[in-house]
Ligand binder design. Structure first.
Ligand code: GDP
Length: 464
């Protein structure tokens, strides 16, 4: 059960030693609790309780009589704080001893340690954020690339919450009218205009379908665009991955088929995250472990948005390459994927082979994974393949929970439409509408329960 009457405290900066650490406290008694141990530099006691919101105060922090540190306390008065409650942030010197002493003192004074995400949970319960926005705060903290940062910001500013809320409200009206009809069932009246309901359903369906479809892009922008590096053994896949990632993560060897498992790593190029998947070489083999690797290759291709098909240009012909690609396409679907052929080991040839230069069935990049300076054109090609697919202002869904809930909402809408088409009675229709309302409401948090909230906020860090 969620208890929001306590005053909670936690370290808001990462655990460990730092120049400065921030301890956060929130709840009805927050300022009073800090006051008990804080002495303002002007020597007046209890000054924080009289202080205005958004004010900062320099002074000494004591544990009983013992001086702990010189600190700055920022005061927030409800409802003008992140949580909507009285809050304070204590900026202290970042020794772990000081951090612990201050937290301990706050607890002695009547606060308790916050649970993971409890500050944000309170912000949500106090109406400062809806669920989509609260989740965006968590994404914002975790964002490590320009695209994931932009996605989080877009959702923090409201994203699709407003649209879903408005459509849901209209829907609620219909549900109420429909339920009113049930009270007059003997008189056979229709308060809810069926035509209007149909129009609303259609609009909702269109909007949700667009959002659901945007998840594919939203998700990869958030977690990194999956790039599968595939090709026959010994063509230089691991070497290429190493040079891209700039370290020795993948094992490079001369023995064919040594990269048996897949390795994943991310690379941030100009604000876009790519998630590279190195895979076992594709070849027919009796070795069961390696066959497992081939299966993994197919899976990697399935998951990838971009496929880098590496060949040893000194060892292959166009006919052989086309045959191999044809073979591969029998096993995996290349639709909606960008295929780039990497003609590797160009250093082994005296000149770039003209027939490959002229070959334009697929995009082809010549390089030598052994020479870093040759991989820039690949990096450029990678970046281009992403920017071409992106519409800058499009609202994208990047949160799995929203995506799944929207999918369920769409199924519920479909059921209503079907019911209306079959002329089912109003009371049954009202049940289907309630189901859809439930799903829609759980996206923004208008309908929720402790379990859902626990799940969402439990994933936040402590102090957020
Ligand atoms: P994988 O099995 O496809 O992952 O291939 P590796 O990355 O393990 O490379 C196989 C062999 O080819 C190693 O000996 C590499 O040093 C070598 N190799 C990789 N890239 C190049 C290149 O661009 N030029 C040359 N000359 N050798 C390369």
């Amino acid at each position: 059960m969620i208890n929001i009457n306590d005053t909670i405290c936690a370290l808001a900066t990462p655990a460990g030693t730092s120049a400065i650490a921030v301890i956060r406290i929130s709840g009805e008694q927050a300022i009073h609790i800090v006051d008990k141990s804080f002495q303002n530099s002007t020597k007046e006691r209890n000054i924080l309780s009289d202080a205005k919101g958004y004010s900062a105060h320099f002074g000494k922090f004591y544990n009983r009589e013992e001086l702990i540190d010189e600190v700055i306390v920022t005061v927030y008065k409800k409802p003008h704080s992140y949580t909507g409650e009285n809050s304070a942030e204590i900026s202290c010197h970042g020794s772990t001893y000081i951090q612990q002493q201050i937290l301990q003192t706050l607890i002695q004074n009547g606060a308790r340690m916050a649970n993971a995400g409890e500050f944000s949970l309170r912000a949500f319960l106090n109406g400062k954020l809806d669920l989509v926005q609260a989740e965006a705060v968590s994404d914002l903290i975790e964002s490590q690339s320009k695209s994931s940062h932009q996605l989080a910001l877009q959702q923090l500013r409201g994203g699709y919450s407003e649209m879903i809320r408005t459509l849901r409200e209209k829907f609620v009206e219909f549900a109420s009218l429909m339920e009113l009809e049930l009270d007059f069932s003997e008189e056979d009246v229709e308060f809810a205009d069926r035509l209007e309901l149909q129009t609303l359903l259609q609009r909702l369906e269109n909007e949700l379908t667009q959002l659901v479809d945007s998840f594919a892009l939203g998700n990869v922008l958030k977690t990194g665009i999956p790039v599968a590096i595939i090709g026959k053994p010994n063509v230089g896949k691991s070497t290429l991955l190493n040079v891209l990632l700039n370290d020795e993560r993948a094992i490079v060897s001369d023995i064919p088929g040594t990269t048996r498992d897949t390795i994943e790593d991310t690379l941030n190029i100009k604000g876009t995250t790519f998630r590279f998947i190195d895979t076992a070489g594709i070849r027919h083999s009796e070795d069961t472990i390696e066959n497992y690797g081939i299966e993994r290759t197919y899976q990697a291709v399935e998951k990838a948005s971009i496929i880098l098909y590496v060949v040893d240009i000194s060892q292959t012909t166009i006919e052989a390459l086309e045959a191999d690609l044809h073979d591969l396409q029998q096993h995996v679907d290349f639709n909606n994927k960008k295929l780039i052929i990497i003609a590797n080991k160009i250093d082994l040839l005296d000149e770039t082979p003209a027939h490959f230069v002229e070959w334009n069935r697929y995009e082809l990049v010549f390089l030598s994974a052994k020479r870093k300076d040759t991989i820039y054109s690949l990096v450029e090609t990678l970046l281009q393949s992403v920017t071409l697919n992106q519409e800058p202002d499009k609202i994208l869904v990047s949160n799995l929970r929203h995506y799944e809930t929207m999918q369920r909402a769409l199924i519920a809408l479909e059921k209503i439409k079907e019911g209306m088409g079959n002329g089912i009675p109003g009371d049954l229709l009202a049940i289907d509408i309630r189901d859809a309302l439930q799903e829609l409401g759980s996206i923004t948090g208008e309908v929720t329960n402790d379990e859902i909230l626990g799940n969402i906020f439990g994933r936040f860090c402590i102090g957020k």
